[in-house]
Every structure is written in C-alpha cells, then in structure tokens.
Design a protein around this ligand. Structure first.
Ligand SMILES: Nc1ncnc2c1ncn2[C@@H]1O[C@H](COP(=O)(O)OP(=O)(O)OP(=O)(O)O)[C@@H](O)[C@H]1O
Ligand SMILES: [Mg+2]
Length: 330
C-alpha cells in the first residue's frame, strides 16, 4: 500500500461569533457562540493520489484547505504531513511547507494581480524561495512553466486581462507549480469556468499529477468532475465528514442519506433518463453552523431520522473496503 502524504486527524476550526445573554437564567448567564466551521474532521491522502471533497456551500471545505495551508490556525487536531504535525507551525517559522503545499484558487479573475505581468506573477514564488541563481535562469524557468501548462513563452509579458478564464487558470496552475510543490489544494479550481474548459483543466491537472507525482485535495460542488479526477471522495455536511471512500463506491453505492440526496440532484446527461428518474434531491435548508444541536447534523433534513439521530452524533464507521459512513440507520 502506498504511504499517506497527508493525514488529518480530529481537525477543528471554530470561529467566534459573539455571545447571547439570557437574563431569565440569571444576570451572569451567557453562552458563547461558536461557528463550528470544521468540527472533528479526519481523512488521509496517499502520495500521488487525489481526494475529492464535496458538499454544499458553507459546509467547511475551504476552511479545511486553509488549515492545511496554515492560513488558518487549527483549534484542535493534527495535520500530519509526511508524518510531521504541521497544524500549529506558523507560516513565518517554516518556509519548507509553504513551498511543498500550494493552492489553486476558484476565481482566476480575482486571484491574479491585474498590474503584474504573467512573468511577475509566476516569478514571485521563484524569487521568494530563491530558486533561481540568475535573471536568465528565472526567465527560462518561467517559459518552461508556461509550456508545461499549455501556454507559450510569448505569453510571459502580457497582463492577466489579456487572457481567457481557462488561460488564467493555467497561469494560476503555473504559479502553484513554480516552487516544485508536492501537494496542491485545488479549491473550486474549475467552478468558474465553462464546462468544456473545465474538462481541459481537469485533464491538465491529471497529466501534471502523473508526470510530477503530485497529490491533490480537490474541492468542488460539481460531483461529476470530482468523480473523474478523484481516487477517493469525501462528502462534508456542516463541518463534518458524513461519508468517505473509493470514488466509484461512493458514486455507485452511496450509503449516507445526504450523499444519496446530493447525487440525486446532479442532472443526468441522458434527457430520457433525466425525465423519468426518481427525483429524490435534497429538501429543506442547511441548519446553522453556530452552536449546532447535538446529534446528527443532517437529522433535520433526513427522511430516515429517528430519535437517536437527534441525540447522538453518529460515528464515521467502516462499512467495508475503506468505505465509511456516519449514520445510525445503516
Ligand atoms: N474567517 C472567517 N470568519 C468567520 N466565519 C468564517 C470564516 N471563514 C469561513 N467562515 C464560516 O465557516 C463556514 C464554512 O465556510 P467555508 O468557506 O469553509 O465553506 P465552503 O464549504 O468552502 O463553502 P463554499 O462552497 O461556499 O466555498 C461558513 O459558515 C462560513 O461563513
Ligand atoms: Mg469554499
């Protein structure tokens, strides 16, 4: 079995969200409010593989990514990178991991500085980490990176606004690759693009993974693209992972009622099938992540919920072949 490059254990990230005072319970009674963005999340990613992370808006996907990049300090838990816990090493104290772990952002329009040329944007990481000995070497490396992502060397003196969305995302990928990373968090890296361009970027990411042995955490709403690129898929709901397993297992044999609902709301490519199939998509609103009620977070929307679901949080249990789901009713 391949070894894990990343192992996240019991990760928690809470945001303070004020407090409520209740005078009926005494003048000193108050409750602190916490927005539990990530609440006891664990998963691992094997070297050279991709974990897809899906779930509705606000469930905590980006927060997980930002904790791994150490843009947020984890409140609890471990983030083991090659076996070393990096969760609470400040970025300023250690440049090795900022180099090894990179991020590709959702919005290729907003993530590139409009005043900088493509060469400045890609060259920044090279400069910060002192990766080139001379200007000529840096220039050559920038050209090499542009060619790696399917752009050409003449593009280096242009500005971001001169490029299409797909091309800008290629620049974002070249920038991430410039520092020779091992692990890349792709946070909704293709969501803002047209479907045909999405496929091109996915293929590019998969080719780069094969050639450079990269490991990805691929965050997305779009379940179909995640299926294509991910070896394993994790489904998040309100700060917790409700199901995780080999991608084909999760797609063909979903166990958790939330995963079933998510899959049912993906439109099918075949219009006849789409017209006739049972629509059992999700209903109801996501509840608030602020001081969530005890029990399963999905209980309020779950068609199968029983009394125990409102009292006890179901543990994530292995249901065979590494396919895990957190549900009392399985
Ligand atoms: N810096 C912050 N301060 C306070 N609350 C935050 C902060 N960042 C995120 N949150 C909250 O944490 C929760 C999770 O946010 P997050 O951005 O991780 O969700 P997401 O799954 O990435 O959503 P989306 O799919 O919309 O990108 C949300 O309720 C959000 O409002
Ligand atoms: Mg997000």
């Amino acid at each position: 079995m391949a070894e894990n490059l990343l192992e996240v254990k019991g990760l928690k990230k809470y945001f303070k969200s004020g407090s409520v005072i209740d005078f009926k319970k005494g003048k000193d009674w108050y409750e602190k409010l916490y927005l539990k963005a990530v609440d006891d999340v664990s998963f691992s990613i094997e070297k050279g593989s991709t974990l897809g992370l899906v779930g509705e808006s606000g469930c905590g996907k980006t927060t997980v990514g930002r904790c791994i990049l150490r843009l947020y300090r984890a409140d609890e838990g471990e983030i083991l990178y090659n076996g070393k816990d990096i969760a609470r090493i400040p970025i300023s104290a250690d440049k090795t991991y900022t180099k090894k772990i990179q991020m590709i952002f959702q919005d290729p329009y907003a993530s590139l500085d409009p005043r900088c040329t493509i060469a400045d944007i890609i060259g920044e990481g090279l400069k910060v980490h002192g990766l080139c000995r001379s200007r000529a070497e840096q220039e050559e490396r920038i050209c090499e990176l542009l060619e790696m992502v399917g752009l050409n060397r003449e593009h280096r003196n242009r500005f971001p606004h001169e490029f299409s969305g797909g091309q800008r995302q290629r620049v974002g990928i070249a920038r991430a690759l410039s520092v020779n990373p091992e692990f890349i968090v792709c946070d909704e890296a293709i969501s803002a693009l047209d479907v045909s361009i999405q496929a091109q970027i996915i293929n590019l990411l998969m080719r780069l993974q094969r050639e450079m042995g990269l490991t990805y955490l691929f965050i997305a709403h779009d379940l179909s693209m995640v299926r294509h690129i991910s070896d394993r898929t994790a489904v998040m709901y309100l700060g917790t992972i409700v199901e995780i397993g080999p991608t084909e297992e999760v797609y063909l044999n979903p166990l958790h009622p939330y995963t079933k609902g998510l899959l049912a709301s993906v439109p099918a490519a075949d219009p006849d099938y789409e017209k006739n199939r049972e629509k059992s998509g999700l209903t109801g609103e996501i509840s608030s992540p602020i001081n969530p009620k005890p029990g399963c977070r999905f209980a309020d929307r779950c068609p199968m919920a029983k009394e125990i679901c409102r009292q006890e949080m179901p543990p994530l249990k292995d249901r065979g072949q590494g396919h895990m789901a957190a549900c009392h009713m399985l």
